[in-house]
Design a protein around this ligand. Structure first.
Ligand code: SAM
Length: 480
């Protein structure tokens, strides 16, 4: 499908004939493929392997695990993201066990820039709101930055997409994310509560015209207007939720000025007095990013004919320290968590690396684990909003013993000594991920942690010669 005529006209008009033509031509080339590694599941000095603080590593479950196999085909680093790599070709991610183990996230390179915007900002141990979060590319990035003492609240209005987000959060395994599915207005009700608020706004998607050809058919001038109105609303709620001194990140995957700089200008119309510049953001000229300013906002544009990534727009601003607004949370509407007794807590503690940093609670009949630092914050959220996943689902207790939840296998803070590990070969791994039968050979009697290339994928229970595959149906590979 060709580019929408009105889009092409506008681009030539706005950027000039030669630059506009270069952009349109780039939209017809092959997009680069890139991934971002999970620092808690991939070792090596570049991913925090050197000079790390031991306790924090232990809590976050940092591993010195082998690098993901896909990196054998790496084609350079993403210059603005320490964990980002380009790949020379698109592998079959579906058949890669490292992908299923949450060792990396397949994320478009330009999008990884939001982490760079937070380089000078203290985010470890802080509360981050990702207002438009599914499927979770940026959520997983923020979760790695926030660390075990921080909390990422990842919201997605669309319930089906929120489930995909929750699956990706489970696989990433940081245990510091709460997934909500509600209107932005409900999160705005947590006034001045977050240290960082990110709005990765739904947009007209012009930057995706190369990667996703359907985006061309969905584009219209009318849709641009609708998106712009929705972005204004999202920015209003985001600002309300942000603490004085906190940082707002706004991003879209469109080139459209009305949805990018225009949205910021409209916002400054009512928030200019409270907006202050965020710290410097170092950008090397060789990266090809077009830097600009809108009032106190610093802005960054990615064009595919200049930078190695898809079309992307990002902006950052600080809420002034003396901006008004008192921290307020909505009233609790329900009780969600029940406490666990001492015996249950002792059993649960056995399964984690840093029991002293965790606490446990039950929701319905499932036990969850939370890092102590943010446990109260998660409780406050869950009592007021629809939280569909939070912390780490540990599993259910039967006669005092834990039947582990699949999410616990992905958890970076899992105590590997709590359970025997069965290392599968490539063929057995695919059978496991398809929920097919596997021979009892590699398994010890009882519950086993199922691993491939040393990385945990789930659990299986051996009873004599039978193996019960506990991999969740919702994650099962269907593709042949
Ligand atoms: N941040 C995501 C990532 O990095 O993977 C991509 C987010 S996508 C650009 C925008 C998301 O916002 C979509 O999943 C869409 O369903 C959601 N959305 C649309 N309207 C929304 C609203 N009013 N509040 C919250 N999310 C909304």
């Amino acid at each position: 499908m060709t580019l929408p005529a009105k889009f092409a006209e506008r681009v030539l008009r706005d950027l000039g004939d030669s630059e506009g033509a270069a952009l349109c031509a780039a939209l017809d080339t092959e997009p680069p493929v890139s991934v971002r590694l999970n620092p808690a599941k991939c070792g090596g000095p570049e991913n925090g392997g050197a000079g790390r603080e031991e306790d924090a590593d232990k809590a976050a479950g940092r591993s010195d695990g082998v690098q993901p196999a896909v990196l054998a085909d790496a084609d350079g680093r993403v210059p603005w993201c320490g964990d980002g790599y380009y790949l020379a070709a698109r592998p079959q991610f579906t058949f890669d066990s490292d992908f299923h183990a949450g060792a990396y996230y397949v994320q478009e390179a330009a999008s990884q820039f939001v982490g760079h915007l937070l380089q000078g900002v203290e985010v470890a141990g802080r509360r981050i709101l990702d207002l438009c979060a599914a499927p979770g590319g940026k959520t997983t990035l923020y979760a790695s930055l926030a660390g075990p003492d921080g909390l990422v609240v990842a919201n997605e209005i669309d319930r089906r997409r929120a489930q995909v987000l929750a699956d990706n959060v489970r696989k990433w395994g940081t245990g510091n994310v709460a997934v909500t599915t509600c209107e932005a207005r409900q999160l705005g009700g947590f006034e001045a509560w977050f240290d960082v608020v990110a709005v990765d706004a739904p947009c007209s998607g012009e930057g995706m015209f190369r990667k996703d050809r359907d985006a061309r058919g969905e584009w219209s001038e009318g849709n641009v207007k609708l998106c712009a109105a929705r972005q204004d609303e999202l920015l209003r709620e985001a600002w309300r939720a942000l603490k004085p001194g906190g940082v707002l990140i706004y991003s879209t995957c469109t080139f459209n000025r009305d949805e990018d700089e225009g949205a910021l200008e409209r916002m400054l119309g009512w928030a200019e007095d409270e907006a202050a510049q965020a710290g410097e953001v170092a950008v090397d000229a060789s990266w090809g990013i077009v830097c600009g300013r809108v009032g106190a906002f610093r802005t960054f544009r990615f064009y595919p004919h200049r930078a190695r990534g898809e079309g992307f727009f990002a902006a950052v601003v600080r809420k002034a320290f003396d901006a008004g607004g008192r921290c307020r949370t909505p009233k609790a509407r329900r009780t969600v968590f029940a406490s666990v007794d001492r015996a249950a807590a002792a059993e649960l503690r056995r399964w984690v690396n840093s029991p002293e940093r965790m606490c446990f609670a039950t929701v319905a009949d499932t036990c969850y684990g939370y890092y102590v630092a943010q446990a109260e914050a998660v409780k406050v959220l869950a009592e007021a909003l629809p939280v569909i996943y939070s912390g780490v689902a540990m599993g259910q207790l039967f006669k005092g013993r834990l039947r582990p939840d699949p999410a616990l296998a992905f958890f970076c803070g899992l105590n590997r000594d709590a359970v025997p590990a069965a290392e599968l070969d490539e063929e057995q791994t695919l059978r496991f991920l398809r929920r097919q039968e596997i021979g009892a050979g590699p398994f010890a009697e009882g519950i086993n942690l199922v691993c491939a290339r040393g990385r945990a994928l789930g659990f299986a229970k051996r009873i004599g010669n039978r193996v019960n595959n506990m991999y969740p149906n919702s994650l099962r590979i269907i593709k042949q």
